[in-house]
Design a protein around this ligand. Structure first.
Ligand code: ZN
Length: 422
């Protein structure tokens, strides 16, 4: 009898299923469909959402997390980060941030920033270049290995530009030192090689700069990038403010316009018709005042701030698919990057986006641009359990995103409770 008992114990001990976590959610918001459901049970098993609904029963032995007084929504996404970069603000030379920092040092900063953003509710980030010698690739790999807790990261590798990176007026005797940070590519063949180089080193998106120099890529050149990237299964993001370079980007069929501060209505209509995403990087005026011209990359704040708001208002009115991207490259005393990123919400509100539209741009729309919509961006059965909770209704006041008090990444509770001060 004793032996039989031991045998039975052994049998039940072997096939231990992964722990089931049951979330009791007061409300679940689905920005993709624009709906809200009350009193939902979400079951999470092995990192995945296995069931969701009001009538779902909680299996015996589950770990129950009570979010019954909370609003639960998909983890946030930022489609335009530079996690390894902290810019020297004011009118310091643009190159200041990379000429004195090693790739190793920047990888550590990237990991630190990735964790800071995850803690604030950003479960997926698209890092859009500027990481020295592929620092973000190692950050991504270390997180994917499980060495560190972090968000899902899609990384652009080195930014592809016409000769000169994003540098201006560097004397010839200095050499093209920006190659530490950029890939110069000056014809279609060089662009194809640059795209392949980035993909070889692990890029999940290709980033081109189109109008940061007096000479712009031709249609043929941008098409070469799009063709090469798309054949390998990756989207193309272009830094462009407007003008003829924006026409080229739109015509070439890129996947996202980054910034697009000076886009005309005609261009925005074409962007809409072609299904191109606008990653609008809508810096609030107060932040622009700190950033300055970013060493000549930005127009002065008094010019740029009204342009940003006007362009976002028109893009929204014309039905352009807008995706949240912060382009944040700094912290301030007492404010993390995440705190500064939530300042963008006020600009979106001012431009006429509803709270639901804002959440869509920060979740399901971003997931489509990042090509992770098969696994993330919604709270749905079969998707990864990337979700957050806030203590009040974000549809009534989007600013409550600053008070995310629950973060789950791939089914693992990253934080429950109030976010710490920096
Ligand atoms: Zn940027």
């Amino acid at each position: 009898m004793k032996a039989l008992f031991a045998f039975v114990l052994l049998l039940v001990a072997i096939p231990v299923a992964a722990e089931t976590v049951a979330l009791r959610a007061g409300a679940v918001i689905d920005p993709a469909s624009g709906t809200i459901e009350r009193n939902q049970i979400i079951l999470v098993n092995d990192g995945m959402i296995t069931a969701i609904g009001a009538a779902v029963s909680i299996p015996a032995g589950s770990r129950v997390i009570d979010l019954s007084h909370e609003w639960v929504l998909p983890g946030l996404m930022d489609a335009h980060t530079h996690l390894t970069l902290t810019e020297v603000t004011g009118d310091a030379p643009f190159e200041s941030f990379y000429i004195k920092e090693s790739t190793t040092y920047r990888a550590m900063r990237g990991l630190h920033n990735a964790q800071t953003l995850l803690d604030a509710g950003f479960t997926t980030l698209r890092d859009i270049g500027n990481s020295g010698e592929y620092a973000m690739q190692d950050v991504r790999r270390a997180i994917e290995k499980g060495w560190f807790v972090g968000p899902t990261i899609i990384d652009a590798g080195k930014i592809i530009t016409p000769f000169g990176g994003q540098s201006h007026e560097i004397p010839p005797e200095q050499g093209s030192f920006w190659k530490y940070e950029y890939l110069d590519a000056d014809n279609a063949a060089e662009i194809r090689k640059a795209v392949r180089t980035n993909i070889y080193y692990g890029a999940g998106v290709i980033k081109l700069v189109l109008d940061n120099s007096p000479y712009h890529y031709s249609l043929e050149e941008v098409r070469a990038a799009v063709d090469e990237a798309h054949r390998a299964g990756f989207p193309v993001a272009v830094h462009v403010y407007g003008g003829e370079a924006a026409d080229t980007a739109i015509e070439a069929g890129v996947d996202s316009i980054e910034h697009g501060f000076f886009l005309t209505d005609t261009q925005l209509k074409k962007i809409h018709d072609k299904g191109i995403f606008l990653v609008s990087t809508d810096f609030p005026r107060a932040l622009l005042d700190v950033i300055g011209t970013s060493g000549g990359i930005f127009p002065p704040p008094e010019v740029l701030a009204p342009k940003i708001l006007d362009r976002l208002t028109r893009a929204h009115r014309l039905g352009v698919r807008i995706v949240y991207g912060s382009d944040i490259v700094m912290e301030r005393p007492g404010q993390t990057r995440a705190d500064l990123m939530f300042d963008y919400l006020a600009v979106w509100k001012q431009a006429g986006l509803s709270s639901m539209e804002t959440l869509k741009g920060m979740t399901s729309e971003a997931a489509q641009l990042l090509r992770v919509d098969g696994t993330r961006g919604r709270i749905a059965r079969g998707l990864a359990a990337d979700l957050i909770a806030v203590p009040a209704d974000p549809l009534a006041d989007i600013e409550v995103l600053r008070r995310v008090d629950f973060v789950m990444k791939n089914g693992r509770v990253v934080r429950q409770g109030v976010r710490g001060t920096p």
